[in-house]
Ligand binder design. Structure first.
Ligand SMILES: [Zn+2]
Length: 350
């Protein structure tokens, strides 16, 4: 050993060996780390590539030679895809048809379909530009004017939404409820108005038949409890039962509730008020059933609400001001059903 390493006993030699070992470890871990990083990069790239590959050839129609006989079947297919929520496929088909059809008259319906698919898919700016393109050529297209209004409403561009009503009025469409709907949105989103100003305006709208009671009272419950309770209309309880049901107990007005048998019954059923000798009746089947069941000692019945659209008959678990499916306004139908009470209750709709 001494022959091979003559300075083996030299302490300086030991230090040199340690330094060399540290360097070897550092270099090898650097090399291994680099290889791992490269492998990771490769895997990520191939993953993204596979994703692109899956997305791109959804329908390889770009290369397909166009024939006028394809218009009808492809348009129907695009419609079916849109209905199924396969928006990208529907958009691709519509774009292919639009690119290959020259006359506006022939492609107007396809442009409408493309616009509504963009709207449903949430591409609001693209939907807007398609609808404007249609209206540029055909300003009397009523359906497109309504759809453009929906786009502006979703973009919170209320003045532009109101402007779509001008040509609709000229075309003799009854837009009074739609105008009220947009103006109410504009009022609720107006940040320049104080809470008091909004409450005053909302209270005035309660006597206007074009404004839905549910929307106005819901806004009032958010802004001013006292004004809201003072404007409870007992003949319209059906349309706000869920709002009343989910009010936190701290938001109740006991004076007003105790003056109405219906309101009293609702909050006895909810469990916020203890019944006295005479049990009130609400004439709302679900509420009276809960109270009857409570009297037998069972206290685990709750209400579950779901929301239907009068126009398209679709049902949704949450409420809406415009039907998410068909975009109808004032079409909500509140349906309550009895369910077993869960431990976590008491959220508010406000
Ligand atoms: Zn609907």
């Amino acid at each position: 050993m001494d022959n091979i390493l003559p300075a083996y006993n030299d302490p300086l030699f030991s230090i040199l060996v340690i330094i060399i070992l540290v360097l070897i470890v550092a270099i090898s871990s650097f090399v291994v780390g680099n290889i791992k990083e490269k492998n990771k990069h490769k895997t990520l790239n191939s993953f993204l590539e596979s994703f692109n590959k899956q997305q791109k050839p959804l329908l390889e129609i770009e290369e397909m030679p166009f024939e006028p006989t394809l218009i009808k079947p492809l348009s129907l297919l695009a419609q079916a895809f849109s209905k199924q929520g396969e928006y990208q496929k529907s958009i691709n088909l519509n774009l292919y048809l639009i690119e290959n059809i020259d006359s506006f008259f022939d492609k107007e319906k396809i442009l409408e379909q493309l616009g509504t698919t963009y709207l449903k898919a949430g591409f609001l700016k693209r939907a807007e530009s398609i609808f404007l393109q249609i209206l540029h050529k055909h300003p009397r297209n009523i359906e497109t004017l309504y759809n453009l209004g929906v786009v502006y409403e979703l973009l919170h561009e209320h003045d532009k939404a109101l402007n779509t009503l001008i040509p609709l009025n000229i075309l003799e469409e009854d837009t009074k409820s739609l105008e009220a709907h947009i103006k109410l949105n504009k009022l609720l989103y107006n940040r320049k108005l104080s809470k008091e100003e909004k409450v005053k305006e909302l209270e005035a709208l309660l006597s206007n038949k074009h404004y839905t009671y549910r929307r106005v009272i819901q806004a009032l419950f958010r802004l001013d409890l006292e004004v809201a309770w003072n404007n409870i209309k007992l003949n319209k309880i059906d349309s706000i039962l869920d709002i009343l049901w989910f009010l936190p107990s701290s938001n109740l007005n006991l004076d007003i509730i105790s003056s109405s048998e219906t309101l009293l019954a609702i909050y006895i059923a909810k469990g916020y008020i203890q019944p006295k000798d005479v049990i009130p009746k609400s004439n709302i089947f679900a509420i009276d059933t809960i109270i009857n069941v409570k009297q037998t000692g069972i206290d685990n019945v709750d209400l579950l609400f779901n929301y239907g659209c009068k126009k398209c008959k679709q049902h949704f678990p949450i409420d809406f001001t415009r039907c998410p499916k068909c975009y109808a306004i004032d079409s909500i139908q509140i349906k309550e059903s009895l369910v077993e009470k869960k431990k976590q209750t008491g959220y508010s709709l406000l």
